[in-house]
Ligand binder design. Structure first.
Ligand SMILES: Nc1ncnc2c1ncn2[C@@H]1O[C@H](COP(=O)(O)OP(=O)(O)OP(=O)(O)O)[C@@H](O)[C@H]1O
Ligand SMILES: CC(=O)N[C@H]1[C@@H]2OC[C@@H](O2)[C@@H](O)[C@@H]1O[C@H](C)C(=O)O
Length: 382
C-alpha cells in the first residue's frame, strides 16, 4: 500500500552564521524531499551592541564543558539571539504578506559559540521554545546535537540541501558546492549522487577579524586590500601542516581554531593577503580528499563577493567555477534555505546527516521540536 505523499508546505529557515553579521531568513516550499520553490528572503543585521555581546559569548564559550550551561555572558547572548530571530521572523512575515498560518515550520540554527564534536560539545545559542512561543509557529532547533551525540561531527548540515537543489536545477554530478562564510565548507556530490562534505578551513572570519581590528572595516571588500599585499608563503606552508588538513573527512572546524593574530607581525595588506591565501590553499587542499574530480564548482556565501579570492580559486582548481546565482540560487540565503529544508525533513522524520557528511554511522534525523503551545519534545527517529 502506498502511504499518502506528504504535502508541499512552506518552511522558513533562520541562520546566524559564524561571521556574526546578522540573521538570514528564507522561505522555501518543500515536502522535505523535493524543493518545489524558493520564496522571499530577508535579513536582520545585528546592531553593534548585539555583536559585542555575541563576540563576548564566543570568547567565553571556549571554557564550557557542559553544552547546557549558560554563564551570564552566554545567557545574555542567548537572549539577544532569540530576540533578534523573533524580530526577523515578525518583519519577514509583514514584508512578504504572509501570516503564521501560512508557515508549517521554522528551522532555527541559532548562533554557534562552541564546536568540539570530539568532546561531544556543540553549542548553538538560541531558545527554540521561546521563539516558538513568541511567533506562534512550530520551531525545529538544536539541529546538530543528535548527530554529535551519535558520534558525528554535527556539521556541515547543508549537504543534503545542496544535493536537493542540484537535482532541482538539473546539474549533473560530479560537482562541488562551496560555501565561503566565516568558515568554508564543501559538498562534493559524486556521479552516483553520494556525498562527501566537510569544513575546508577558515573562510572569511580571520580576514574580517583582522580588518575590524586594524581598520574598523567589516570585511575586505572584493578582496582589494589583500590584493595589494603579498602572502607570506612559509607561514601558509606551516599553517597547512596543521593536522586538520590531512585528516580524513568528514570533519568540522571550530571558528576559533585559527586566529588572525598569527599574521600580527605583517602590515595590513600583507596580513590580509596571507589570510586570503590561507583560505585559498585550504579550499584547494580539499580536492585531495575527493575521489572524483568535480566537473564544476559552485560558490556561495559572502566570500563569493571576494572577487580576488574567487579568481585565484578558479585558477588553482582549474575547473569551471560559477557563483550560486548562475545556477539560479541565492548565494546569500542558501544556508537559511537549507535550515528551512532541514526543519521540514526533521519534522517528517527524514535523515538530515549521513556517513559522508558528518561521519555518523548511519543516516539519521535530528533537531528538537518546539510547539508554540506545548513543551518541546524530541522528533521521531527515522
Ligand atoms: N563585498 C564583499 N567583499 C568581500 N567579502 C565580503 C563581501 N560581502 C560579504 N563578504 C564576506 O562575507 C561574510 C559573510 O558571509 P556569510 O553571511 O556567508 O557568512 P556566515 O553565514 O556568517 O558564515 P558561516 O557560513 O561560516 O556560518 C562577511 O563577513 C564578509 O567576510
Ligand atoms: C558548528 C557550526 O556552526 N558550523 C558551521 C560553520 O559555518 C560554516 C561551517 O562552519 C559549517 O560547518 C557550519 O554551518 C553550515 C551552515 C552547515 O552546517 O552546513
Amino acid at each position: 500500500m502506498n502511504a499518502a505523499k506528504p504535502p508541499i508546505r512552506r518552511a522558513i529557515g533562520l541562520m546566524s552564521g559564524t561571521s556574526l553579521d546578522g540573521v538570514d531568513v528564507a522561505l522555501i516550499e518543500t515536502d522535505g524531499e523535493v524543493i518545489a520553490g524558493f520564496g522571499p528572503t530577508g535579513y536582520r543585521a545585528y546592531t553593534a551592541d548585539e555583536r559585542a555581546v555575541l563576540a563576548r559569548a564566543l570568547d567565553e564559550a571556549g571554557g564550557l564543558t557542559d553544552r547546557a550551561a549558560r554563564p551570564p555572558a552566554l545567557a545574555e547572548a542567548e537572549a539577544v539571539v532569540t530576540r533578534a530571530h523573533a524580530d526577523a521572523v515578525a518583519a519577514f512575515l509583514v514584508e512578504s504578506g504572509l501570516t503564521r498560518a501560512d508557515i508549517e515550520v521554522i528551522g532555527f540554527h541559532g548562533q554557534t559559540v562552541l564546536h568540539r564534536p570530539a568532546l561531544g560539545l556543540t553549542v548553538q545559542l538560541g531558545d527554540g521554545a521561546a521563539l516558538a512561543r513568541a511567533i506562534g509557529i512550530k520551531v525545529v532547533h538544536d539541529l546538530r546535537a543528535a548527530d554529535v551525540a551519535a558520534g558525528g561531527q554535527g556539521a556541515p548540515l547543508v549537504p543534503v540541501f545542496h544535493r536537493a537543489i542540484a537535482r532541482m536545477a538539473g546539474i549533473a554530478p560530479p560537482l562541488a558546492i562551496l560555501n565561503i562564510g566565516g568558515v568554508a565548507n564543501v559538498t562534493f556530490i559524486f556521479s552516483d549522487e553520494s556525498m562527501l562534505a566537510f569544513d575546508t578551513g577558515p573562510g572569511n572570519a580571520l580576514i574580517d577579524d583582522l580588518l575590524r581590528e586594524r581598520l574598523g572595516l567589516p570585511y575586505d571588500d572584493a578582496g582589494a586590500i589583500g590584493a595589494r599585499g603579498s602572502p607570506e608563503e612559509p607561514l601558509i606552508d606551516w599553517l597547512m601542516r596543521h593536522p586538520y588538513f590531512a585528516a580524513t573527512p568528514p570533519k568540522s572546524l571550530d571558528r576559533n581554531w585559527f586566529s588572525h593574530r598569527m599574521v600580527g607581525h605583517l602590515d595590513t595588506p600583507d596580513a590580509a593577503a596571507t589570510l586570503t591565501a590561507f583560505t585559498l590553499r585550504s579550499i584547494t587542499a580539499a580536492l585531495d580528499h575527493a575521489r572524483e574530480k568535480p566537473a564544476r564548482w559552485i560558490v556561495a556565501g559572502g566570500g563569493a563577493r571576494n572577487t580576488a579570492l574567487c579568481e585565484a580559486l578558479g585558477q588553482h582548481l582549474q575547473t569551471r567555477l560559477t557563483r550560486a546565482e548562475a545556477a539560479g540560487w541565492s548565494g546569500d540565503h542558501l544556508e537559511a534555505q537549507a535550515f528551512a529544508y532541514l526543519a521540514m525533513r526533521a519534522l517528517r522524520g527524514l535523515p538530515i546527516t549521513y556517513p559522508g557528511t558528518t561521519g555518523v554511522a548511519a543516516p539519521m534525523t535530528g533537531g528538537v521540536l518546539a510547539e508554540p503551545d506545548a513543551e518541546e519534545g524530541n522528533l521521531p527517529e527515522n
